[in-house]
Design a protein around this ligand. Structure first.
Ligand SMILES: Cc1cc2nc3c(=O)[nH]c(=O)nc-3n(C[C@H](O)[C@H](O)[C@H](O)COP(=O)(O)O)c2cc1C
Length: 184
């Protein structure tokens, strides 16, 4: 099974993007994948903004990227693009940090007018970092992510069905590329 790093680029303490990612993480973990959450907002701001490549938490984040077979990149849409917070971390990673990785790009946003931000803004950056396979991503309207009666994440069916599909495609791509455990 694969190791998946699930990265949120939202600066919000009550982030819908994070809630969405943790919901999807649970599904991937239930399939047997090791899922490691990484919220960029928890990394030290001075290291991100001061380009402190050697800061232990930046080094650790870089190692998590290197270890992962698959990476889920979730961002809110800000000003018709991905968040600046996400970019501060991507800028500190090695140029080809995504070499050999399978990547699932996801965005949440307030208006479908910016649904293409994933393709014109985020995807080229991920591609420039050497991602082996960027599977189709999905844009989720913020109002489609709510809290259910059980306290868990509730997704509007209009988003839940396509999300199931892109996550299934991501998982299938991981299964094709993840290292097979050595026979005993
Ligand atoms: C500063 C700011 C800028 C935003 N710009 C856009 C935008 O250009 N397009 C859009 O669809 N939504 C925009 N939004 C709405 C957010 O993308 C949306 O609410 C998102 O789900 C927030 O995710 P979060 O809760 O994980 O931070 C903006 C929100 C903020 C706070």
């Amino acid at each position: 099974m694969a190791t998946v790093l699930s990265v949120s680029g939202s600066p919000s303490a009550t982030s819908r993007t994070v809630r969405l990612l943790r919901h999807l993480d649970a599904g991937l973990a239930a399939q047997g994948h090791e899922v490691i959450p990484l919220d960029v907002r928890t990394l030290p701001a001075h290291a991100l903004l001061g380009a402190d490549f050697a800061h232990p938490e930046i080094v650790r984040a870089t190692e998590l990227f290197a270890r992962a077979d698959g990476i889920v990149v979730g961002t809110p849409v800000y000003k018709a693009a991905y968040s600046g917070l996400l970019k501060t971390l991507l800028d500190l990673l090695p140029q080809y940090a995504l070499t050999g990785k399978t990547v699932l790009p996801l965005a949440t946003g307030g208006t479908t007018a910016h649904v293409l931000a994933l393709d014109y803004a985020l995807r080229p950056v991920l591609s420039s970092m050497g991602a082996a396979h960027i599977v189709p991503g999905w844009f989720v309207l913020d109002q489609h992510i709510t809290t259910g009666d059980d306290g868990g994440v509730a997704l509007d069916p209009a988003s839940a069905a396509p999300l199931d599909q892109v996550v299934a495609q991501f998982a299938a791509a991981l299964d094709r590329t993840a290292p097979v455990p050595a026979a005993r």
